[in-house]
Design a protein around this ligand. Structure first.
Ligand code: ZN
Length: 569
């Protein structure tokens, strides 16, 4: 008996030391040994157990389980960590550490209500008053996340306005007014279930896994390719790791398309993707269909490339690849109605134009300002042919002699103003009207923006090219809002008006073009250099960062402030 007690004592100190050193894997091993030893001692009927010894043993077992749960939590092995907690609480129901650990697991699984229950129960423990502050921190966090996941009322404005300094804001997963249905574009898609305003938030979803690396633009092509291969390999390892740990993650990933028989795929209910109750299933022994998985990842993974992904707060040398399950259902269009932004490990999707109930949500898999032929090439690399309105129109005009001439001139470095002039003239001749003009102008965005940025070009071509504001309006109408459009507008207006500027006109124009870019509050604060929040979060409406109708009120209210802002001095 003495001997066993010593063994338990030794294992316990060894495991504690490993835990403190954050050597999770090793500590799990030692705790497992300790746990089975405790089990043996408790259940072995032949042992002459000292009656005083049983509670002591049970206490050791309970602590060991709880500490192993803590280590597993740190390795993000939530199902197994949860099993440990549940076993521990069967032994000692109100054990403070167990409740704390279970709360943290639930928080990581986005189960805010269940997490809140655990922390509340833990806070009732009279012996743990010194931990009150820490617990209170968790309680507040749960309440905040629960609110965010219910309403989608996020506020990222501080972070954006402070030029993405520090850690990205914490987000909770959110599913807005959307459903999954069969799509006319391809396979299945996400659809709006009610009318939406430009700027409405529709979805916030966290990556199953994301792998990032710094690949400087300046390195040789070979090393770049090698770096990308390494990234892809690490990414797949991470995905395998997370599906080994959780059946649910695996099942949700297998709902995604692997690129075959797109039209015969079942349409899963959107509710499957909401956080569920306790899911402690593990399937360490089940075989994973790796071939299918690789095909799924090939079709559904998104690269965090700066322009099309709107990766907020990262420099251009950071490359990343990730899998965000629900947003993978969104089909591509070069004429998109939603826009995705990457914030930390989350992807947020919001409307970049007004959307009608029943309309399919689409975003561009690559930069919306990519010219037609390059888009064709990129779509081919993704394994599809884009049949959106914009591509249809551009396909129609691309075989025109004049269009081929324009493209040839571009390649030969003809004056950009000349290209714009010819394109505009030809659009008139081809009778391209309305949105069509916006489509073509978006494809020639680089040329247009260079003309409007250059004093020399404007002096030479100013009277022969359309007004910048009209061009920008049509581009936003065609492809949705974009930072580059708002920036060009602001610079153009500043140049035109000198540094005095007409605050109200600038503001209203920028607001109009910037709707759907960020939320309105962020945009306003960026435009007006406000460091302090403009709208208290209680004014926010469900699914909207700031309600659209507020925009005008806010911009009127800001006129006074705007005139005092540094840009006008
Ligand atoms: Zn297209």
């Amino acid at each position: 008996m003495e001997e066993e007690e010593d063994r338990i004592q030794n294992l316990r100190s060894k495991a504690t030391e490993l835990l403190l050193r954050k050597e999770w894997k090793d500590s799990i091993e030692v705790y497992s040994e300790l746990i089975s030893l405790c089990h043996d001692q408790i259940s072995n009927p032949h042992q002459n157990l000292d009656p005083n010894n049983l509670p002591k043993l049970k206490k050791s077992l309970c602590l060991a389980l709880c500490n192993r749960a803590e280590a597993r939590l740190n390795l993000q092995d939530y199902p197994q960590a949860l099993q440990d907690c549940n076993e521990a609480s069967q032994i000692g129901n109100t054990h403070f550490k167990t409740l704390l650990c279970k709360g943290k697991i639930m928080l990581s699984l986005n189960q805010y209500g269940l997490a809140l229950d655990c922390f509340k129960k833990a806070s009732l423990d009279p012996n743990e008053l010194e931990n009150y502050e820490m617990l209170n921190g968790y309680l507040e966090k749960c309440k905040k996340f629960e609110f965010l996941s219910r309403t989608g009322a996020f506020d990222i404005s501080d972070w954006v306005v402070n030029k993405f300094q520090g850690k990205p804001p914490e987000l909770a997963e959110y599913i807005g007014s959307i459903e999954i249905k069969k799509s006319d574009i391809s396979g299945r898609g996400l659809f709006a279930t009610k009318n939406l305003d430009c700027g409405n938030l529709l979805l916030v979803t966290k990556a199953v896994a994301v792998e990032r690396a710094i690949v400087p633009e300046s390195v040789f092509q070979d090393s770049k390719e090698q770096a990308q291969l390494d990234m892809w390999k690490n990414f797949i390892d991470k995905i395998l790791e997370s599906i080994k740990k959780c059946v649910r993650t695996r099942d949700l990933i297998y709902k995604l398309s692997n690129g075959e028989n797109e039209d015969d795929l079942e349409v899963p209910d959107i509710d499957l993707f909401r956080p569920v109750g306790e899911d402690s299933s593990t399937f360490h022994d089940k075989k994973i269909d790796k071939e299918k998985l690789l095909n799924i990842l090939d079709v559904n993974s998104l690269v965090e490339e700066l322009i099309s992904a709107k990766v907020l707060g990262k420099n251009s040398d950071v490359h990343g690849i990730g899998l965000w399950i629900l947003s993978s259902f969104i089909n591509h269009s070069c004429d998109p109605n939603v826009r995705r932004s990457h914030i930390g490990d989350h992807v947020t999707i919001h409307a970049c134009r007004d959307i009608k109930a029943g309309e399919e949500l689409t975003f561009a898999y690559f930069d919306v300002f990519t010219p037609f032929r390059d888009r064709e090439e990129k779509a081919k690399n993704w394994g599809f042919v884009c049949k959106c309105k914009r591509c249809n129109l551009e396909k129609g005009v691309s075989s025109n002699q004049e269009m081929m001439e324009i493209e040839m001139f571009l390649g030969k470095g003809l004056d950009n103003g000349g290209v714009v002039y010819r394109l505009e003239e030809n659009m008139r001749r081809w009778m391209v009207r309305g949105k069509g003009k916006g489509y073509l102008r978006s494809s020639f965005w680089r040329v247009y923006s260079e003309v409007y940025e250059s004093e020399r070009s404007l002096r030479k071509w100013g009277s022969k090219v359309p007004l910048m504001e009209n061009v920008l309006d049509s581009v936003v109408d065609a492809v949705g809002s974009d930072e580059r459009i708002v920036k060009l507008l602001m610079r153009g207006l500043k140049r035109k008006n000198g540094h005095k500027g007409n605050g109200i006109v600038e503001m209203e124009k920028a607001m109009k073009l910037g709707r759907g870019l960020y939320d309105v509050e962020v945009l306003l604060r960026m435009l007006t250099y406000q460091k302090k929040p403009l709208v208290r979060s209680k004014n926010k409406k469900e699914g909207t960062l700031v309600h659209k109708n507020k925009a005008h009120t806010i911009s009127s209210g800001l006129r006074v402030k705007y005139d005092e802002s540094p840009s006008n001095k």
